[in-house]
Write a protein that binds this ligand. Structure first.
Ligand SMILES: Nc1ncnc2c1ncn2[C@@H]1O[C@H](COP(=O)(O)OP(=O)(O)OP(=O)(O)O)[C@@H](O)[C@H]1O
Ligand SMILES: [Mg+2]
Length: 225
């Protein structure tokens, strides 16, 4: 079964009374354990597509299926549950909470979902991203690459089926960025997670199975390796 399916999806935003079409007739299938890179210029619709894939927003028309569920058919509560259980998100700016320690940041999604036993899975995930020993530091006491690995641990702590990455190496130097891309590849291979990653740079697609080129909200080309 597919993990993610976009069926004729368009997305409009209203900006000062003007309609902006961010995505136009997107049809797209993503299999489980596929690493998909989404490339294209600024404004072509990459973040919009990730938000729809992660059930953070509704399409204007068409349907988004996530793990067999049609997102437009769900209530707000159903959508929140789907998102909490199935999706992890990482960003260019890491978005760690500065007043929480590393381990507390990673525990947070589990605590918000009502789980009481958050410490052990958080420790396990930090070990998995090779950050054992840094649990009690605060985000500002870490390098950029380490902060992104904390964010990855936080995104994986509830074992989501889909990891969405919006420009995950945009704030990192090339060498550190490559380590993060290798880690993302390992997440797909060893944990069986599916990844959808938005990126500006074609070079950072080297670890992906599939590269989708977007232009002006449309799919221009799909390259499968
Ligand atoms: N909340 C919003 N309200 C109005 N227009 C929006 C909104 N979000 C995005 N847009 C518009 O939709 C289009 C797609 O934006 P999107 O953020 O998806 O592009 P992107 O490919 O992620 O760009 P970048 O590479 O700069 O992050 C752009 O024209 C943008 O201006
Ligand atoms: Mg974007």
């Amino acid at each position: 079964m597919l993990l993610l399916r976009f069926d004729g999806v368009s997305k409009d935003y209203l900006s000062n009374g003007t309609r902006v079409r961010a995505l136009e007739s997107i049809t797209l299938d993503v299999a489980p354990k596929e690493f998909v890179a989404l490339v294209g210029r600024s404004g072509c619709g990459k973040s919009t597509l990730l938000n729809l894939a992660g059930a953070m927003d509704f399409p204007t028309s068409g349907e988004v299926w996530l793990d067999g569920q049609a997102t437009t058919k769900l209530s707000d509560a159903g959508l929140t549950k789907l998102r909490r259980e199935k999706v992890g998100f990482i960003f260019q700016s890491f978005q760690l909470l500065p007043t929480l320690t590393v381990i507390e940041n990673v525990e947070l999604p589990l605590l918000l979902a009502g789980r009481l036993d958050a410490r052990k899975p958080a420790r396990d995930c930090l070990r998995w991203v090779d950050l054992e020993g840094l649990e009690d530091r605060f985000p500002h006491q870490l390098s950029g690459g380490q902060q992104q690995r904390v964010a990855i641990a936080r995104a994986l702590v509830h074992s989501p089926r889909l990891l969405l990455a919006d420009e995950p190496i945009g704030n990192l130097d090339t060498a550190t960025g490559n380590l993060i891309l290798e880690l993302l590849r390992r997440i797909v291979t060893e944990r069986g997670t599916t990844i959808l990653m938005a990126t500006h740079s074609v070079e950072s697609t080297a670890f992906a199975d599939t590269v989708i080129h977007l232009r002006d909200g449309r799919i221009k080309e799909v390259c499968r390796r």
